[in-house]
Design a protein around this ligand. Structure first.
Ligand code: FDA
Length: 301
C-alpha cells in the first residue's frame, strides 16, 4: 500500500486526531468538497439540485462505532425522519447505513432491530435500504444481519468490497438469496493476509466480481468513480450499460456523473452529511492521497 495512503488510513482511526483535527478551519474547508453540509436540510437541498441533472441520490448520515444505545436509537430516528422528508419532497432517494452506527458493537441484536425498522419504512415507501460494509472485523456480522433482513425485506442491499480475499466466497454463499449488491473496491486499512494491496489486483477482482454479479444479483450497483472500469464492463457484459447501475460520491467526478447519466447510464449520487465526519473524511482523502492532501494544505495557507 502507498505509504501516504497507509498513514491517512491510520489517522482515520486515531482518537486524538479525531478529537483535534476537525477544529481546524483548513480541514473543515476541505471536507466541504465531499459533503454539502452537516444538516439534513443541506443534504436534501443538494439532492434537489442533483435531481435537476437527472441524478437520483442515496443518503448516509455520518457516524460509526457509537458508544451507547441512545446514540444508535438517535441515528435510526434521524434516518426515519429523513425518509419522511424524502417522501414529502418526492425525491428518488434511498438510505445507506452502517451497522456500527446502529449499535452493532454494543449488541448485534440492537443493530438488527434498527435495521428492521428502517427496512420496513423504506419498503413501505418502495425504496431499498442499503447496508454499508465497514472494516474486515465486521464482515461476518454484517452479512449475517443482511441475510436475516433479506428474508423479510427482499429488496434490501448490501455493500461488498472487491479488495477482500474472502469476497468471492461471500458472493457465492449469498447466491441462494438473490442479493442486491453495491460492489466497491474497499476503503479501510486491511492487512495483506485479508485484502489485496495492489491496485491492479483490486481492479481485477472488481472486474471479475462485477461480471459474476451482473448475472446473479437481483440488482447490481457499481460504487466507483473509475470511469475506465465502467467502460471496460460496459464493453464486456452482454447487457452493456443496462447490466448495472453506478453510484458515485457527492463532490467526486461530478462532470462524469452528469455525462454518464446523459449517456443513458443509471447513475446515483451518494450524499453524506452529519457532524461526525472525521473518519469518513480521512478515508476519502486516502483514496486520492496526493491530490487531496495538497488540497488540504492549500486550504491551510
Ligand atoms: P479508484 O480509487 O481507482 O478511483 C478512480 C478515480 O476516481 C481516481 O483516479 C480519482 O480520479 C477519482 N477518485 C476516487 N476517489 C476519490 C477521492 N476520494 N477524491 C478525489 N477523487 C477520487 N467503501 C467501503 O469500504 N464500504 C462502503 O460501504 C462503501 N460505500 C461506497 C459507496 C459509494 C457510492 C462509493 C462511490 C464508494 C463507496 N466506498 C465504500 C468507497 C470505495 O470502497 C472506494 O474507496 C472509493 O470508491 C474509491 O475507489 P474507486 O472505485 O472510486 O476507484
Amino acid at each position: 500500500m502507498d505509504p501516504l495512503r497507509g498513514t491517512l488510513l491510520w489517522a482515520s482511526g486515531n482518537a486524538t486526531l479525531r478529537e483535534h483535527l476537525p477544529r481546524f478551519r483548513a480541514v473543515r474547508k476541505t471536507v466541504n468538497r465531499f459533503m454539502p453540509g452537516e444538516t439534513a436540510d443541506e443534504a436534501l437541498a443538494a439532492a434537489q439540485r442533483l435531481r435537476a441533472d437527472r441524478l437520483p441520490t442515496t443518503f448516509t448520515l455520518l457516524g460509526e462505532n457509537v458508544g451507547g444505545s441512545a446514540q444508535a436509537t438517535a441515528a435510526a430516528g434521524e434516518y426515519l425522519r429523513l425518509l419522511d422528508r424524502i417522501q414529502e419532497l418526492g425525491l428518488d432517494a434511498e438510505i445507506s447505513v452502517k451497522v456500527t452506527q446502529l449499535g452493532f458493537d454494543l449488541d448485534p441484536d440492537i443493530a438488527a432491530l434498527h435495521l428492521e425498522r428502517l427496512a420496513e419504512r423504506s419498503e413501505a415507501l418502495s425504496r431499498s435500504l442499503w447496508i454499508d460494509m465497514e472494516s474486515a472485523a465486521y464482515v461476518d456480522g454484517t452479512i449475517a444481519l443482511y441475510r436475516d433482513l433479506l428474508a423479510k425485506h427482499p429488496t434490501s442491499g448490501l455493500c461488498i468490497q472487491a479488495y477482500l480475499r474472502r469476497t468471492w466466497d461471500d458472493v457465492r454463499s449469498l447466491s441462494d438469496v438473490s442479493p442486491t449488491i453495491r460492489l466497491v473496491k474497499g476503503a479501510y486499512r486491511e492487512p495483506k493476509q485479508l485484502a489485496f494491496q495492489e491496485r491492479a489486483l483490486i481492479d481485477e477482482s472488481f472486474f471479475r466480481l462485477a461480471g459474476h454479479l451482473a448475472t446473479t444479483a437481483r440488482r447490481l450497483v457499481l460504487g466507483t468513480h473509475d470511469t475506465e472500469m465502467v467502460a471496460r464492463l460496459t464493453a464486456a457484459l452482454p447487457g452493456g450499460r443496462d447490466a448495472f447501475e453506478i453510484a458515485m460520491l457527492y463532490g467526486i467526478r461530478g462532470e462524469d456523473q452528469r455525462r454518464l447519466a446523459a449517456d443513458g447510464y443509471r447513475v446515483r449520487t451518494l450524499i453524506s452529511y452529519g457532524p461526525y465526519w472525521y473518519p469518513w473524511f480521512m478515508r476519502r482523502i486516502a483514496e486520492k492521497p496526493v491530490t487531496n492532501t495538497l488540497l488540504a494544505l492549500r486550504n491551510l495557507v
